[in-house]
Write a protein that binds this ligand. Sequence first.
Ligand SMILES: Cc1ncc(C[n+]2csc(CCOP(=O)(O)OP(=O)(O)O)c2C)c(N)n1
Length: 750
Amino acid sequence: MRGGFSLWGWNKAGARQYNHCLAEAITMARNMVSNSIEKKVTEGELTSEKLVEFYRLMYLSRRTDDREIVLKRQQKIFFQVSCAGHEALLVAAGMAMRPGYDWFYPYYRDRAICLALGNTVEDQLLQSVGAADDPASGGRQMPSHWSSPKLNIVTSSSSTATQCLQAIGCAEAGRYFSRHPEAAAKHPGDYREFKDVKFHGDEVVYVSIGEGATSQGEFWESLNTASNGKLPVVYVIEDNQYAISTPVETNTPGGNISRLVANFPNFHFAEVDGTDPIASYKAMAEAVAYCRAGYGPALVHGHVIRPYSHSLSDDERLYRPASELEADALRDPISRMQMWLLREGILDEAAINRLERQVDEEVQRAADKAIMAKLPSLDSIPRHLYSEDLSPMDARFATQPRPTADAAERTMADLINCCLKDEMRRDDRIVVFGEDVADASREEPLRAGKIKGKGGVFKLTAGLQTEFGSDRVWNSPLAEANIVGRAIGMAERGLKPVVEIQFFDYIWPAMHQMRNELALIRWRSNDGFSCPLVMRVPIGGYLTGGSIYHSQSGESIFTHTPGVRVVMPSNALDALGLLRTAIRCDDPVLFLEHKRLYRETYGRAAYPGPDYCIPFGKAKIVRPGRELTVITYGAVVPRALQAAERLHRDKGIDVELIDLRSLAPYDWETIAESVRKTNRVIVAHEDMLSWGYGAEIAARIGEELFHDLDAPVRRVASMDTFVAYQPILEDAILPQSEDLYRAMEDLAAF
Ligand SMILES: Cc1ncc(C[n+]2csc(CCOP(=O)(O)OP(=O)(O)O)c2C)c(N)n1
């Protein structure tokens, strides 16, 4: 055995246990891929050198965990979660894949795969101490939250399973670029200037989670798309039997995730003893080969152990009997691999001691450096919340309309559709998906001219699939987290997803992806990764019958989320200009479209040409005035304008009306200048009064412009309730022109 080691030879004698159903699925998959995969796996034989390296990486991972535990007890680091017990499965995964070529969405336990891919112990311990030079996050993320642009290890959060959907988007982006290589080109003047694209055509995406996290819906949403799209994604389920203190059978019906997923089409499945390095390597190599050959996704379910509690904040003796821990100890992958190397004669005791001493010295050196490392400066805190290369406030986005021969007045819906078409013609990286946004998922009758196509429930995306094809415009499953999570993965690879959430009222399933991922990718990776994308979301009420679930507002929830830009136009021209900036800029943008305004007579405009943009953070003075300022946005703009005109006619009171257009960032200069002039101000919006967007603006005016005020800051907003169906209730709940009129009149008289 000394000079080399055949995987297939070991397997005959090995201790793998596939259950009956899985064995059948594997046989079917193998038959499909025939000899090619077996050949690739056997070509990747584990030589003696590779086996020694395998053990070194496992031991390095364990000793790094041990060192972190000491550092935590010495209060030199502040958190610890270990890879202990998972090392064999994860080194196998690292060795079966290609760093910097394949893509990786690792779980927080995945120290060993990161080391196998080329992360160093020093890199990892710099994160543990929160050093300025922590290459994963610049001192922002806890230890074991991996990120390496060079190795294609994508920044990870603490949220369990969000990474599954991002991995899907990442694989879709790889496929898109290999089908449309021209789209990868750099382009000056927009986000593409700063977004390099890497693709090869046969890269595989790794994503791993614990068995507990397979209970998350986002895991299942990702399986749907991986399976439907036959995407090259290798899932690794690290099954250590516990999710903190909750045992596997409590999370997973029947206690075995392999049994539950076995019917997903197009998958290759393997269930393996993840403490057995050789069996793990074989399972991983097979799975990766299956994906790389383009047959579809794979899922490797590894049974591992968890010898060190969930994290250092947990004491597993409170919920696990000693007998269970003793049984686990017998399967410890480190001692198993060490014994095996000795038994096979690949290393003798002296060589093992030498290897282990070298590892201990490496860890010691890294720890010494990490402890002495420079800490981040406080002025680094706001850096990389947003792109520092291209701001949507940039002067390049301040352009003038260039009217064309067609001077017809168009609605907001028309001009949004025009903008999407213009930008898709200009930029091959734009893809559009969401619920019902395509013209028709069953394309044949569309192409044959037998049907016109749907193009969105509000028809904003009508004709896009017909013009740009189904590679660029498609219907998503009915799953909002799926839409946003995939879009994040695509944007990380350089695509520009412009996705639609059908109604703001249904944005909440995507909230986790938005709040914990979309907004944070750039900041938490210290600019290592970014996901500039656009979420178009129809919002708001005044619909007469829209009721609770088709009338919601809630923009302040997102303006309260740093890292995302939020805009909300009130007319057709602004909608087009702001959407173009949203698409061309380098930040994630929540683009709120008031559905009551889509086809209003108010605010129609002629098409202003294919390059018309409006910078973010610039309000518009809709009506100049001297006596009172009204600050608002969205569908309240035409209502406030009506009230202001009437008040002027009735009482001669001259109101200045400001349409913010852009909510985060917002135009403080225009607000301040107006308040200094009028000394009276109302902040008005459609969303609920309490904790609403106006609270922040009113508070800042109180803080910074107190001496300019002749009256208290007043707010006009909807009642603190949801929007009811019966029109007389809806009218009473939402702020009307009459309410604004009265508030203006009162304040002017104060
Ligand atoms: C969405 C979410 N919910 C809850 C948590 C808190 N939490 C962190 S780890 C964990 C258990 C995860 O168990 P499992 O997926 O089996 O992984 P293991 O830690 O056993 O490797 C929980 C509940 C979280 N991080 N994210």
